[in-house]
Design a protein around this ligand. Structure first.
Ligand code: NAI
Ligand code: MG
Length: 398
């Protein structure tokens, strides 16, 4: 087989720390690849007015497989204030490069598995009526539509006249008709049938293939009738091909309550873009938090694997990085699964499972410490030590 080239995008802050560990682990399992670095993130916004330079897009077009760390994103005004002074007021507008990547390469399928590992002190527990507690196995996979909805970026403050007119043609806009333009902000939630059906079908297919018994649509069709209603209808249609998989529906708000009561009930969760973002953080919180939350952004021609956490700027400049690289390492394993390197992926997943079960190597988050430079002295593993522990488990097998 020809050697693959993987585009590596460390991005900002802790993105580089966790990616470094993932690359060490990939090397240990004998995954042979060339790695090509690509620029992305805040630095390039400030210096070039573009956090996602064209040269990065070219590399992705060529190699079509990438590992991404994390980026720093800031609100509009702050972004405008921090751009280099020679680029100020030249019409540069900040947008999130990871959201941009998903849209440019139509990475419409976002998969975010959340599972408990035996021995993880951060696992969800539930008090029982006799004063004890139980620790159910949570194993949920969120399918998030990744390109549309509220994150598609079709929005305005002070909408142009023709847009305003179009909105005025809807009778419910009467409530806003006297709001002056500069005081009116509109963010539109756009879904298309093709995209809804595509992800719904993928969700059922995944449930069938991996032994989950249900797909739960997590939207709000009783209120957001058109878009949530379309996702619901798409799931109904997709379900016809998968008679053995149950189709359940919950509203996003209720789901946030249910997931803290009986998270073990759910298997595959299917959502639009924003609700998928919310539900995946919710379930991640029950299965170790952001240090464990992996994801894949998958399109027809390109796929990008990343932890769902951000750049955690407060930990970016520590001499010894304290953050947990597991989410990033698991994202790399997911990349291996995606390209059918199943054995190597399993080696990584098994090693992580063993490290967690052993309980000897725990980053600060696993020890429930407040993240500070002194956590290492207090017994927490550094980012690199967690990488070492995973590597050591792999080495006893290879
Ligand atoms: P964040 O995910 O960077 O950090 C939130 C908190 O989670 C951290 O302070 C830390 O306590 C914990 N955390 C995150 N990653 C961890 C890890 N690997 N190990 C241990 N603990 C970890 O989110 P925050 O603070 O809201 O945003 C920081 C920046 O990241 C912002 O600029 C935001 O826009 C950006 N962001 C980028 C994302 C991406 O690149 N995909 C996703 C989320 C936020
Ligand atoms: Mg998120």
């Amino acid at each position: 087989m020809t050697k693959r080239t993987i585009v590596t995008m460390p991005g900002d802050g802790i993105g580089a720390h966790v990616l470094e560990q993932a690359l060490r682990v990939l090397e240990t399992v004998g995954f042979e690849a060339d790695y090509v670095h690509a620029d992305i993130g805040w630095e390039f916004w400030c210096s070039e007015g573009n956090p996602l330079p064209d040269r990065t897009l070219d590399l992705l077009k060529e190699h079509r497989l990438a590992l991404f760390g994390a980026i720093t994103s800031k609100p509009k005004d702050q972004a405008a204030a921090e751009i280099n002074k020679e680029l100020k007021d030249k019409g540069f507008v900040y947008y999130s490069p990871i959201v941009g990547l998903r849209q440019k390469f139509n990475l419409q399928l976002c998969i975010r598995p959340c599972r408990t590992y035996t021995g993880n002190p951060l696992n969800f527990i539930r008090r029982t009526s006799d004063g004890g507690f139980e620790e159910p196995v949570v194993d949920v996979v969120i399918f998030r539509q990744n390109t549309q909805g509220l994150y598609a970026g079709v929005e305005w403050t002070d909408p142009p006249e023709n847009v305003r007119k179009a909105f005025e043609s809807h009778k419910k806009f009467a409530a806003f008709k006297d709001v002056p333009g500069p005081e009116l902000a509109i963010s539109s939630r756009i879904f298309s049938w093709d995209a809804c059906y595509f992800i719904a079908e993928k969700a059922f297919e995944y449930a069938q293939k991996h032994g989950y018994k249900s797909v739960t649509v997590c939207e709000k069709p009783n209120v957001i009738r058109e878009t949530s209603g379309m996702m619901e209808a798409a799931a109904r249609e997709a379900k016809k091909k998968y008679p053995d998989i149950d189709h359940w529906s919950t509203n996003i708000d209720a789901q946030m309550m249910w997931l803290t009561k009986n998270p073990e009930t759910y298997g595959v969760i299917l959502c639009g873009n924003m609700f998928g973002d919310i539900a995946s953080d919710g379930f991640a919180g029950l299965t170790g938090g952001l240090g464990f939350a992996l994801s894949g952004n998958i399109g027809e021609d390109c796929a990008v694997f990343e932890p769902t956490h951000g750049s955690a700027p407060k930990y970016a400049d520590y001499d010894t990085s304290i953050v947990n690289p597991i989410a990033m390492v698991l994202s790399a394993a997911m990349m291996l699964d995606h390209i059918d390197e199943l054995e190597k992926a399993k080696m990584i997943k098994d090693a992580i499972e063993e490290v967690i079960k052993d309980g000897k190597t725990r980053t600060y988050d696993m020890m429930k410490m407040t993240g500070r430079a002194d956590v290492i002295e207090k017994g927490a593993a550094s980012c690199e030590q967690m990488g070492d522990a995973i590597i050591a488990k792999i080495k006893v097998r290879v």
